[in-house]
Design a protein around this ligand. Structure first.
Ligand code: B12
Length: 219
C-alpha cells in the first residue's frame, strides 16, 4: 500500500495490474453519464497483436478468450484502485469494462474518459484509437474524489483521409466522418447495424474494424 497516493503511485499500481497505458480526465464540468467525482482515471489494456491479426474476417476463439481475459484484468485493476483509494479515505467508483449499467441504464462510455485524458481519439467506426496501439485496446474507468492533474484532452481525430475501418466493416457501420468531441455517435457509426450483424452471427464480438486500422497493424 503506497504511503502517499499521487499520480506516480497510481501509475505503479496500474502497471502492476497489467495496464499498458492510463491517464486522468477532469470530470468538471461533468462528462455525459459520469458520476459526480472530479477525476476519472482511464485504464487501457492492449489486445494481443497476434490475436488482432487473426480478426481480419471476423471473430475467432482466440479473440473470445482474449476479450474475456482483458475484461477480467481491467475489472481487477479498477477494483484494486478503488480499494486503495478507499483505504486512503477517498470515494471511488469503478465502471466495469463491459457490463451494461445495473437497472438497464446506459453505462458511462469509457471512450469519453480516454479521449478526455489525452490517450487518443475516436475513429471513423466510433472506436477509441490510441496512437500507440490503435483501436486494439479495451478500457475501464475509475471515478474518484481524489483531485489529480488531468491530461490534455484530445480534441481532433488522427484518422485523416483513411477509410480502412469504414471499408472493412462487414455491416457498413462507418460513415467516413471525422470525430470531434461532442460528435453524436449516430453521425459516425450505425450501432444498431453493428449489433444486428453480431446477432446474425450468434455472437457479441466482432473486431474486424479493430484489425483493419493501420495504427493496430503497425504494432
Ligand atoms: C453497448 C456497447 C456496444 C453496443 C453498441 C454501442 C451502443 N449501443 O452504444 C454494440 C453491441 C453494438 C457494441 C459493439 C462493439 N463494441 Co462495444 N461496448 C458497449 C459498451 C458496453 C457501452 C457503450 C455505450 O453505451 N456507448 C454509448 C455511446 C454514446 O458512446 P460510445 O460510442 O461508447 O462513445 C462515444 C463517446 O465516448 C463520445 N466521446 C468521446 N470522447 C468524448 C469527449 C467528450 C468531452 C464528449 C462529450 C463525448 C466524447 O464519442 C464516442 C463515439 O460517439 C462499451 C463499454 C463502455 N461502458 O463504454 C463497449 C465498448 C464501446 N465496446 C467495445 C468494442 C471493442 C466493441 C466491438 C468491437 C465488439 C467486440 N468487442 O468485438 C464492437 C464495435 C463497435 C464500434 N465499432 O464502435 C470497446 C471499445 C474499445 C475501443 N477501442 O474503442 C468498449 C469501450 C468496451 C471496452 N471496455 O473496451 N458495443
Amino acid at each position: 500500500m503506497p504511503r502517499v497516493l499521487d499520480r506516480h503511485a497510481i501509475g505503479q499500481i496500474l502497471r502492476t495490474k497489467g495496464a499498458d497505458a492510463w491517464g486522468i480526465a477532469a470530470n468538471d464540468p461533468r462528462l455525459p453519464l459520469a458520476p459526480d467525482h472530479p477525476s476519472a482515471v482511464s485504464i487501457l489494456m492492449r489486445i494481443d497483436p497476434l490475436v488482432v491479426r487473426g480478426l481480419t474476417h471476423g471473430p475467432t476463439a482466440d479473440y473470445r478468450r482474449e476479450y474475456e481475459r482483458l475484461n477480467l484484468a481491467l475489472d481487477d485493476a479498477a477494483g484494486t484502485l478503488v480499494e486503495v483509494l478507499a483505504a486512503h479515505g477517498h470515494e471511488a467508483e469503478g465502471v466495469p469494462a463491459t457490463a451494461e449499467a445495473p437497472d438497464g441504464e446506459r453505462p458511462f462510455p469509457h471512450k469519453t474518459a480516454a479521449t478526455s485524458a489525452g490517450l487518443g481519439w475516436i475513429g471513423k467506426t466510433a472506436l477509441f484509437v490510441s496512437p500507440s496501439f490503435g483501436p486494439a485496446v479495451r478500457l475501464a474507468t475509475v471515478f474518484t474524489d481524489l483531485v489529480l492533474p488531468p491530461g490534455e484532452p484530445v480534441v481532433e481525430s488522427g484518422c485523416g483521409s483513411c477509410r480502412a475501418c469504414v471499408e472493412a466493416c462487414p455491416a457498413g457501420c462507418g460513415r467516413d466522418v471525422l470525430w470531434r468531441p461532442g460528435t453524436p455517435r449516430e453521425e459516425l457509426f450505425d450501432a444498431a447495424a453493428c449489433g444486428r450483424h453480431m446477432a446474425a452471427l450468434a455472437t457479441d464480438i466482432c473486431g474486424v474494424c479493430i484489425a483493419a486500422c493501420p495504427y493496430a497493424r503497425r504494432h
